[in-house]
Design a protein around this ligand. Structure first.
Ligand code: SF4
Length: 162
């Protein structure tokens, strides 16, 4: 089973969401936020960004002062922490491939960005998360729904709250 950046983000957002996504209920890919995010991305970095593919992951990168930067652009900081783990996961994949890089979380509509690295504690948390992602996905039924701040705008809300 391959773990993807989206799975890592969902894991840190909601285990139930991760389970639904693992069953190919993945219509979240084309929601308005993601489309707008892609447009913002194109406008913000159109001159020098590149896409690189690492396994199933597609990374948006720029080179600055001889160092690779992985840019994760989000429309809003609503899912800031889970999005940061997704970015750390990309830095982890690059490190495993022998490439040291730094990450930048960018929120163009909020006029801010944040640089990020990957430390040893992050690596431990991610490696524990990989094991738990496998456990969650192998469950026969989804974990119970628990109210979270994200539920209101979650694509799977109709499967949780009727
Ligand atoms: S609606 Fe809430 S509980 Fe249900 S999958 Fe989404 S975030 Fe999880």
């Amino acid at each position: 089973m391959r773990i993807t950046g989206v799975m890592v983000q969902y894991y840190f957002t909601c285990r139930r969401e991760l389970w639904f996504f693992s069953r190919n209920l993945n219509f979240d890919f084309e929601n308005d936020d993601m489309l707008i995010g892609r447009l913002i991305h194109g406008e913000s970095f159109e001159r020098d960004w590149k896409e690189i593919f690492l396994g199933d992951a597609r990374l948006d990168v720029v080179k600055r002062r001889g160092k690779l930067r992985v840019i994760e652009v989000k429309k809003s900081s609503r899912l800031e922490e889970p999005a940061k783990w997704q970015l750390r996961y990309y830095l982890y994949l690059l490190r495993e491939a022998g490439v040291e890089a730094e990450g930048v979380m960018s929120y163009p509509e909020e006029g801010r960005s944040e640089r990020m690295g990957l430390n040893e504690e992050d690596v431990k948390i991610l490696e524990r998360a990989f094991e738990d992602i496998k456990r969650v996905i192998s469950l026969e039924r989804p974990p119970r729904a628990e109210k979270k701040p994200y539920c209101r705008r979650c694509s799977y809300r109709d499967f949780c709250w009727v």
